[in-house]
Design a protein around this ligand. Structure first.
Ligand code: ADE
Length: 240
């Protein structure tokens, strides 16, 4: 996978790529990235990328020219038809399903803006997806793009050390994960549940499923509502 990020503030995002699992994934050639300062594509003599809104009003609007030209440039290098993703609080709410969908692509282009708005022609004629990471407003799209990219790269084949861990993530299964414990079995009198020390793998799997259901029910009733629960699972939750 190759990822291009169009931003006026590349330094807001570069650190994310150069640490931990994302850094290792690049070293192992699982993905590559390019930060593009679209100001470099401005044909304005002052390299301006924003202008006053037609019709008046507060704030500046990102002009289409530098953004269209920067996207044309990254497409012509890679010769692909990438998904072009606009980061915006007006976008579709991001979730694990979308991360899984985007992780199947070969080339992604992220557009991060910092102004009051984007010229609507960017949305209408350039962008394939518009994503919001939540109902709050950030100073720009960079942090949101970093969140989305991190969640996609960890799903790429052979990026996570433990192959089993991605499919069991919270949300991949539609439920939150069960509690985890490690050594010691007794820490300051706080004990690990006996079942996890029993060595009975079938019983442990059942305990985990029940705990996962209970936790999801307590914390995220909305996820339970989306599930097609078995009668057995409904009974567990009813008994809780
Ligand atoms: N840009 C500003 N706020 C944002 C949000 N919540 N999600 C995505 N991009 C944004």
């Amino acid at each position: 996978m190759h990822i291009d990020v169009l931003t006026l503030f590349p330094e807001m995002i570069s650190g994310v790529f150069d640490a931990s699992i994302l850094k290792k994934a690049q070293q192992n050639e699982k993905f590559s990235y390019n930060l593009v300062n679209f100001r470099d594509y401005s044909t304005n003599k002052h390299m301006k990328v924003d202008d006053y809104p037609y019709g008046g009003g507060a704030g500046m609007v990102l002009t289409p020219q530098p953004v269209f030209d920067a996207v044309d440039a990254v497409i012509s290098v890679k010769q692909t038809k990438p998904r072009v993703i606009l980061m915006s609080p007006q976008g579709e709410p991001y979730n694990q399903q979308k991360a899984e969908e985007l992780s199947q692509e070969d080339h992604l282009v992220f557009i991060c803006g910092h102004y009051e708005g984007y010229d609507e022609r960017i949305r209408e004629h350039l962008v394939t997806d518009e994503i919001s990471i939540g109902d709050y407003v950030l100073t720009g799209g960079e942090l949101a793009a970093a969140v989305v990219i991190d969640s996609i790269v960890r799903l790429l084949p052979d990026v996570l050390g433990n192959k089993a861990s991605a499919p069991k993530d919270s949300f991949s299964t539609g439920l939150l994960e069960h509690p985890h414990y490690t050594r010691p079995a007794d820490f300051r009198g706080m004990k690990v549940p006996d079942i996890l020390l029993s060595g009975d793998h079938a019983k442990i799997a059942e305990w985990r499923r029940i705990e996962s259901l209970k936790r999801t029910c307590e914390r995220r009733q909305d996820l339970i509502d989306e599930q097609d629960l078995s009668d057995e699972a409904k009974q567990i939750l009813g008994k809780k």
